[in-house]
Design a binder for this molecule. Sequence first.
Ligand code: IPM
Ligand code: MN
Length: 350
Amino acid sequence: MYRIAVIPGDGTGPEVIREGLKVLKKVGEVFKIDFEFKEFDHGGERYLKTGEVLPDKDLEELKTFDAIYLGAIGHPDVKPGILEKGILLKLRFELDQYINLRPVKLYPNVETPLAGKKPEDIDFVVIRENTEGLYAGIGGFLKKGTADEVAIQEMINTRKGVERCIRFAFEYTRKRNRAKTLTLCAKTNVLTYAHDLWDRVFREISKEYSDVKADYAHVDATTMWMVKNPEWFDVIVTPNMFGDIITDLGAMIQGGMGVAAGANINPGGVSMFEPIGGSAPKYTGKNIINPIASIAAVQMMLDFFGESQAAVSLEKAIIGTVGQLKSMSAGQMGYSTSEVAELVMELISS
Ligand code: IPM
Ligand code: MN
């Protein structure tokens, strides 16, 4: 029995989570896996009503679940940063979900903006460090609002944080067992302290993984190759901010935000699974948003639980479904949000 905390969140979050949960329940029936759910109402609406973002007692309760299933965080009437830092980043940090795993996989019959690229060319995984870097939230202002203003935002890289991320990435690359190539994506030619640490740790750990090819690419070159030669990548490991940026590019080449999912992983704790597209306020309540990303997040959760058969079956169902959609974009799928989930459910079999 798995206990799942559900945070539907803002915008289209609740719609895609509703469909993802239907799919998860169906998988549970077919594969005889029991789930128990508890919903939490954190997000923009609650904040606007009560001023509460993520109270400590809720945070403590969230720590007791087997996983968290999150919709989206971000509300047009709330100043940027409050909900993102107060809920999403707080959960990642407090639950020490130090890995952000983002597969970039083009499914058959899904359109990619990259001319001539096929599913076999776009199939890699980005492992983004998820608790440090520019996201650490350390900094401040001096003489704010004056002509002499100084704004400082520090980038934190700890030996421990870098090492556990890189180690996870080597293990992951080995287990994935494809091209067995791990590329460190950083900026060692400019960030000669912070990324020197990344580079040194990467080389050091690579000695323990002689079966994995250790490669390096600067982040700017990485974006170029993701567009020109995505087939060169197997697994990429990268600091937090670069990971944020290149995974939106990754989402685009795999067919868009409608299909891209991510996992915030603490291998020894509570992990969190989410579609990465955000709250998409303009599509809210219309039943036209693509729920595939949120269903793919369910697949990642099953995989993380070690429910491999269920995860494989769900991926097949996702592939079968996207093949029937006219487009991955909201309002252009040829089906409503709930109809897409129905298609997935029909294709799940043991
Ligand atoms: C993501 C998002 C978040 C991030 C935002 C909402 C804080 O863009 O999960 O990639 O920057 O990590
Ligand atoms: Mn992002």
